[in-house]
Write a protein of this length. Sequence first.
Length: 356
Amino acid sequence: MKNLINEEIIRVKKLMGILNEVITKPPIPNSEINDYYLSNKVDPKLEKETVKQFKKVGCNSTKEYSESPTFDEIMKNDSKVIRIGHKGKPVTELQTILNGLGYDLGKCGIDGLFGPKTKKALEQFQSDKELNVSSSVNKETLDKLKNPGEKIKSTIPKETNKIEVSADVTNDNEYSIIKSDYKGKNVHVLFGGASTSSYNKGGANPQAIQQYVKFLKPYSNNAIIVITHHMNTLDNVRKYVKEKFDGAVVTSIAGFSQGGRETWEHADDSSLKLVGLIDPSTYKTDVTFGANTYLVCDPINWGSNGFYGAVKNRLMWYCKNKDKSKYVGHVECTKGIQHMNFAILEYFYQKYGSKI
């Protein structure tokens, strides 16, 4: 009995120690939070702690929120964003727009406090609009908030939360697989655009991944088709394919939009039958192409500001240099073939789908 009591005392002391650590843990400085949301870094631990820091009890904040920059300040200054932990009229305006578009702000609604629920609603808006899911309001997101069009409605019936697919399509959290009458072992991989996964802890979006099925299905007689999200890697996919299909090998890949980030890493791999760069997010110029690498893009599709303007300029570099010996026949710059409705994706596969 004495031993049990001692063990219980020790357990309680440990719990109290953990509790005291939580209670006394200093808040993350505003400067560190600002730096994080202004960067392209992904730090799940920091983001989780930030969400905890600005959680609400009822509809009251547990930490002191700081004043938000105005919309005008954001448009004039790249070092300004509205993010979790901000308060004031600009946050109220943001919440009013999101609420009007049908995004869920939680039970507190429009309260002028940018807490976890507003963050989640903003991330969903950015995902729906094929924006970089930065979890904060920068110039690009503010432009879209001011001219949002209509909210992209989910085609998923609420009762089932599933997309109806045929028997030859298999879905899980990170992949859609199309396996029709093809009996071979070749695998083609498409890395989808921004909405297929958030840049933070939100993980893969199965419904967004499944929207690519109709565009890839016509080519499923050439290979097993594996569609995945833009934060995945080819190494991960190869492991998945090896476990899923005995003896199957990834023989071709493509990346659309933000999915281009991973595909660019393999642009010089001539062992692949096809490396497709489809209106891709682009981070470097003068990249060496393999024998079977093809870039199809329209720089105009990417806009002019911030990250999107930088991608546009890099794609324009490839367009200006497409007749050089290292790119001739491998770079096509289209005009008027849209990105947001997947028209340029469909165009690419109509032209190069036979290569997979």
